[in-house]
Design a protein around this ligand. Structure first.
Ligand SMILES: Nc1ncnc2c1ncn2[C@@H]1O[C@H](COP(=O)(O)OP(=O)(O)OP(=O)(O)O)[C@@H](O)[C@H]1O
Ligand SMILES: [Mg+2]
Length: 337
């Protein structure tokens, strides 16, 4: 353990929460959700178990996602989730207050930084360090963040796309674009409803995106059967949704990601811009698994792009590396107030 001695790392995302412990690796990877009882308002469960209970008995459960666009929207729910995660990994250790490293979206405001620090402290942390998502993701993707040449990391998550240009251990330019996998799911729901008169649930939309979603034209056509509700009759109906349907629905969201990257590229100093073009832009986050996304971005910005290994785990892997060997050269990506 480093001299900073952080005991656990947490990547608290809009969709998933992942927890790292030195010597053990990623010990939790679960849904970022807290389920409350509809009548009493008491918390029933959190994480994957909460999601299972919700599916089994939707009538008496109210699910709450603590984050919106990567920021804490429901302090009570975020606190319950974090407390439960800390208890789960350290409960058997006599509750020694842990030192915690957390990821936060790019360019957090002072208000956001305070909200994260307060929440983690109330959850039982004795000290808190915040690391901007692109820096954590870059470390987790094995990029040399201390290289003097600029490199770009784009973390395409569920609600946020965090873009960062990194050199000499610092974030040179960063940007948070409020789009990601969940906006794509919503776009699929809207399009299928308008085009086919079929109302899809959140899970069905996400499922069809993962199965036949593409970020650009040129893929072999394929389709997937989805279950939904007929808009007119209100009865259950199933229909085949094609790659083309999904592409039509989500292409606007892909354009938003490309536009965000272009904006960042326009802000970087000229020399750094040429560094980025000699490297490849690296994608992390679950949505970078969307077929064709790296090619679509590459065509959109005119630079080579690659997807990191196990992209949804880059942030938490990066926190693990940060905890193991914190480097004093890294300054601007660590936040505190
Ligand atoms: N194979 C796939 N194809 C397309 N999208 C995928 C695939 N696998 C996962 N996703 C999407 O990845 C997203 C989750 O990614 P991730 O775990 O990085 O998000 P998060 O860190 O919780 O969210 P955020 O960083 O936005 O707060 C979901 O929207 C999910 O639908
Ligand atoms: Mg994330």
């Amino acid at each position: 353990m480093s001299s900073y001695g952080a005991d656990i790392g947490i990547d608290f995302g809009s969709d998933n929460v992942r927890v790292y412990m030195p010597g053990k690796g990623v010990v939790i990877d679960e849904a970022s959700v807290v389920v409350f009882h509809r009548e009493t308002g008491a918390m029933i469960e959190v994480g994957d178990r909460g999601r299972e209970l919700l599916l089994a008995d939707p009538g008496s459960c109210v699910p709450v996602r603590p984050l919106v666009f990567g920021s804490i929207r429901r302090h009570d729910a975020a606190l319950l989730l974090m407390k439960r995660m800390i208890w789960r990994v350290l409960g058997g250790r006599g509750f020694t207050k842990p030192r915690v490293v957390l990821t936060v979206p790019s360019c957090p405001s002072d208000v956001e930084i305070r909200a994260w620090m307060t929440m983690a402290t109330e959850a039982g942390a004795r000290s808190v360090m915040l690391l901007e998502a692109p820096m954590a993701a870059a470390m987790g993707a094995d990029m040399n963040v201390f290289d003097a040449r600029g490199q770009m990391m784009v973390d395409v998550g569920a609600e946020v796309t965090d873009i960062g240009v990194i050199a000499v251990g610092e974030m040179i330019v960063s940007e948070r674009v409020r789009t990601g996998g969940r906006a794509m799911d919503a776009a699929i729901q809207k399009h299928i409803r308008a085009d086919k008169g079929l109302v899809l649930g959140d899970m069905a939309a996400e499922d069809v995106k993962r199965r036949v979603g593409v970020a650009r034209n040129g893929f072999e056509p394929s389709s997937a059967m989805v279950h939904g509700r007929d808009l007119e009759t209100g009865l259950p109906r199933q229909e085949a949704i094609s790659t083309e349907d999904v592409f039509e629905a989500i292409s606007g969201k892909i354009d938003e990601i490309i536009e965000g990257i272009r904006c960042v590229l326009q802000k970087v100093p000229v020399e750094i811009g040429s560094d980025i073009s000699s490297h490849r832009i690296v994608l992390a986050g679950g949505t970078s698994r969307l077929r064709g996304l790296s090619d679509a971005i590459s065509e959109g910005v005119g630079l080579p792009v690659r997807v990191a290994r196990d992209p949804e785990f880059c942030n938490i892997r990066g926190i693990g590396k940060f905890i193991a060997d914190i480097d004093p050269r890294m300054t601007t990506a660590i936040k505190s107030v």
